[in-house]
Design a protein around this ligand. Structure first.
Ligand code: MRU
Length: 349
């Protein structure tokens, strides 16, 4: 069950906003529909957002009616600029769109059909690579899970968040497939309930037993020694080791630190941002209705003041280890991330 697929000028994706009540696939040739899907979290999770952004551009290249290459390049650049603004925190979206921008700037002199296929091929390469990196990162991270553990995870970092395989949840699934037996505790993840809706859905599909708790139960659960490892994904990791992830992640990291349990972050290197500083990071602020209602049902009085940041920032001193497809990264992160990325063959990082 892949989150997103491409087939000859059509993109097919699972509408994650309807899960688990409905498993609905949407098929489209229209890049606007993909952009709306990213905005409304029908497609979500940093690697899936990056792939969806890339495939939206592939749709533009495939279906554009413009007659010369400069106009097509301009059309693609306008779409790229627009899509970058839709979800400003997830690094993978920028990573993917920067790669396509690179093709646009390098290949303006080639013929139109060649240019179209170069854009489409690059988008498909991005999709393939994201799947590969997530799979490898989750396999490596699975080694950190042992028989008898009680592992807490937050938000949704499974196959749907990464097109295939998953990161933190991918590691849990992989460890389970290897025959290890341990407890899995998942947070519901307010406001949009990616944990209770999507992680629960994916774990059930894999027949992995789990316990669902609300976000505010984590402290008590850790205090009662019901959890001995915390494992999450990331939307962006800075070269300093700051981890930007779903709101509530920082709280988990503080609790893990206070109680002396490891706090692991699993992400492909496409989530690592080597050039931004913490001050320049944009934390996406979302609509107040996500807090005042649940699945369309109003739960707060009308017109209340709301703050709804989608992500928070965990400082490196609270992170035990970052696990990527290139291996385990231990503190000090500033030195060790550079070491891993420095030997990367990928010029877009
Ligand atoms: O707002 P979302 O649902 O896109 O946020 C997703 C997360 O925060 C995930 O933890 C992150 O993207 C990692 S997915 C492998």
């Amino acid at each position: 069950m892949k989150a997103i697929t491409w087939n000859q000028g059509k993109v097919r994706f699972i509408d994650q906003s309807k899960l688990p009540l409905k498993l609905e696939y949407i098929e489209t040739e229209n890049p606007r529909e993909i952009v709306d899907a990213i905005r409304k979290l029908r497609i979500r999770g940093a690697p899936s957002i990056g792939v969806a952004g890339a495939l939206a551009i592939a749709l533009v290249a495939y279906h554009s009616k413009v007659e010369n290459i400069n106009n097509l390049a301009k059309e693609i650049t306008n779409w790229i600029d627009e899509i970058k603004k839709v979800r400003p925190t997830a690094r993978n979206l920028f990573y993917a769109l920067n790669r396509l921008e690179n093709i646009v700037s390098k290949h303006l002199s080639s013929d139109m059909n060649k240019f179209r296929s170069e854009i489409i091929n690059e988008a498909l390469n991005i999709m393939e690579e994201e799947c590969k990196y997530s799979k490898e990162a989750s396999e490596i991270a699975s080694q950190l899970i042992e028989n008898g553990d009680a592992v807490l995870t937050h938000c949704n970092t499974g196959p749907l968040a990464t097109v295939d395989y998953g990161t933190a949840l991918g590691a849990i699934m992989e460890a389970w497939r290897q025959g290890k037996r341990f407890k899995v505790i998942i947070t519901e993840t307010r406001p949009l309930l990616q944990g209770s809706r999507i992680t629960a859905f994916e774990l059930k599909a894999e027949r992995i037993p789990f316990t669902l708790i609300t976000d505010n139960m984590v402290g008590f659960a850790i205090q009662k020694r019901m959890i001995n490892k915390v494992i999450v994904g990331a939307d962006r990791i800075l070269h300093t080791g700051h981890v930007i992830n779903k709101i509530g992640t920082y709280t988990l990291a503080v609790l893990a630190h206070e109680h002396g349990i490891p706090f692991y972050v699993v992400a492909p290197t496409t989530t690592i941002d080597v050039s931004s500083n913490i001050e320049s990071i944009i934390i996406e602020n979302r609509e107040s209705s996500e807090v005042t209602s649940i699945m369309g049902h109003q739960i707060a009085p009308p017109d209340v003041d709301v703050w709804n940041p989608a992500f928070d920032i965990t400082p490196p001193r609270l992170v035990s280890m970052i696990i990527t497809e290139k291996g385990l990264i231990k503190p000090p992160f500033k030195r060790n991330i550079k070491r891993i990325i420095g030997c990367s063959k990928n010029p877009h990082l």
